[in-house]
Design a protein around this ligand. Structure first.
Ligand code: ADP
Ligand code: ZN
Length: 206
């Protein structure tokens, strides 16, 4: 199955993506993760990406589209994929239409007013990438899955999140209508616990 996960920053895309990729046996492709690993490795792409990500802006479409195109050409994507964080602009969605036919677009809907708290309280495992929220960690600093160290992402501070939310509203939210018109959109209420959101996604995807 070829799936796109849509939603604001902090809506829970990454959390659900890991679980959905496992259930449907498709690779989980997160543009945010790809950029972060390039930043860590000090590659030319990482250098470009960092200058935008630090400001809460989008990495230019040309760069992002090329990365995704090359990734989808790999063998493991033959039977499907789960895109997390791409497309994020109408231009990216149109570019994607040129090289792949998306079957389902899952829009995880969370009230904008809840997102700031979700993101600034987010801690991620530096080893396996699992996400947590300080409200449920009881002070723990290590991952419940792999015991890796939990860290706060550099772009999860209030100022950067505020621009990311503005960028979402202006550039990404229009994709809901874009995919709605194509008839591939699945809307899910993301304002619940991880298990409930997962179940409502899979109930609708079949
Ligand atoms: P979140 O969904 O919580 O904002 P991501 O890890 O998906 O986090 O993305 C982090 C940052 O990486 C974004 O704020 C943006 O700067 C950059 N990025 C990720 N995906 C894209 C994309 N498709 N197009 C442009 N920039 C992107
Ligand atoms: Zn971990």
């Amino acid at each position: 199955m070829k799936i796109v996960l849509l939603g604001a920053p902090g809506a829970g895309k990454g959390t659900q993506a890991v679980r959905l990729a496992e259930k449907y046996s498709v690779p989980h492709i997160s543009t945010g993760d790809i950029f972060r690993s390039n930043i860590k490795g000090g590659t030319p792409i990482g250098l470009v990406a960092k200058s935008y990500i630090d400001k809460g802006q989008l990495v230019p479409d040309e760069v992002t589209v090329q990365i995704v195109k090359e990734r989808l050409e790999q063998d493991d994507c033959k039977n499907g994929y789960l895109l997390d964080g791409f497309p994020r602009t109408v231009a990216q969605a149109k570019a994607l239409d040129e090289f792949s036919e998306v079957e389902k677009v899952v829009n995880i809907d969370v009230p904008l007013s809840k997102l700031m708290r979700r993101i600034t309280g987010r801690r991620v495992c530096s080893k396996c990438g699992e996400s947590y929220h300080v409200d449920y960690l009881n002070g723990s600093l290590s991952c419940g899955k792999c015991e890796g160290e939990l860290i706060q992402r550099a772009d999860d501070n209030e100022e950067t999140v505020s621009s990311r939310l503005d960028v979402y509203t202006a550039q990404t939210a229009p994709l809901v209508e874009y995919y709605g018109e194509k008839g591939v959109l699945v809307n899910v209420d993301g304002d619940g616990n991880i298990e409930d959101v997962f179940n409502s996604i899979t109930a609708q995807l079949g």
